[in-house]
Design a protein around this ligand. Sequence first.
Ligand code: PLP
Length: 372
Amino acid sequence: MVKEEWSPGSAVVHAGTERVLGAPVAPPLVPTSTYVSWGEPDPPRGYARNGNATWESLEQGLGALEQAHCLVFASGQAAAMAVMLALCAGGRRLVLADDGYYNTRTLAERLRPGGLAPIVVDLLDLDAVARALAAGPAVLWAETPTNPLLRVADLVRLGGLAAQAGAPVVADNTVATAVLQRPLDLGATVTVTALTKSASGHSDLILGATATRDEALLGEIRLWRTVGGAIAGPFEAWLALRGLKTLRLRIREQSANALAIARHLAAHPRVRAVHYPGLGQEAPWFRQQMPDGGGPLLSFELAGGAAEADAVVAASRLIVPATSFGGVESTWERRARWPAEEAPAALIRLSAGIEPIGDLLADLDHSLSARA
Ligand SMILES: *Cc1c(COP(=O)(O)O)cnc(C)c1O
């Protein structure tokens, strides 16, 4: 963790560089599997599954945004698995959102034989959360806003319930990113972020990260990374840091586009419901938790069924039909085409990119005229 003299916004831009005569201004890409070493091995510099200078530059940038220690992983799922293993070893229950990212639920289920017991609840139902936490040693896995329904849970109140129960809180911060939401400042013990999405922002890599201010927990998570081997490729880490440096600018533009699209859709006769934090129907704690915007992701439900939604997605000429989100290009998909996804059949998830809003609205109107 870097104790920064400057704000996170400046620190991330300068991450991975040194003010030393002749040093490169751009963080170097260091592809190596091993290091020159003799005698007692210095763990981070003995073998490259233990450490790599390009990851460390990225971790420095993320650490600046989170004001915490960070570890990067081969994917968001790899980061989530290391955190689940580090926190739930010994048989803790994992209380997680019923409407969150479906692969988190799948992963928790797969870890059942290792003693982890997943319990799915609605994170906006605080009584249900309290009951789930009271039944024995637990970890609360909070995802907010949720993917794909963009529901906003109250991190401060969830943190209070978890503290009463002695349960650490994990926050999946993929949708908001550390630029729009700082769960560690709101009571979370550790964050998990899929860098694959908005944080890197160019749809060109798969990576994940965790951040915490708890050094003992950091050590445990790092151990799972080292022995489990789900390490980042140096090139992906280099690309991710390059993307991260413009995150503040991109997310501002993407949030503005997403809000304009959400408002436009809300007034469209074919649209039955729009889900976007900031549209005016969100939970009252949203403005405190994410004061700078709702992020790039929104979803909406069409009147009609899956075939209607498929026809609309296929008709776009600018918005790219694709999964994932947070890239500079706008993308969308009918979410329930994924078999394990529990979203409504005609729900379309849209990630607003940085294209001029007039083009996006024109493409939307054109697409929404398509019929099955
Ligand atoms: C994509 C995503 C993940 C998993 O990240 P990968 O990099 O695809 O493994 C985790 N949580 C959320 C909310 C996501 O959207």
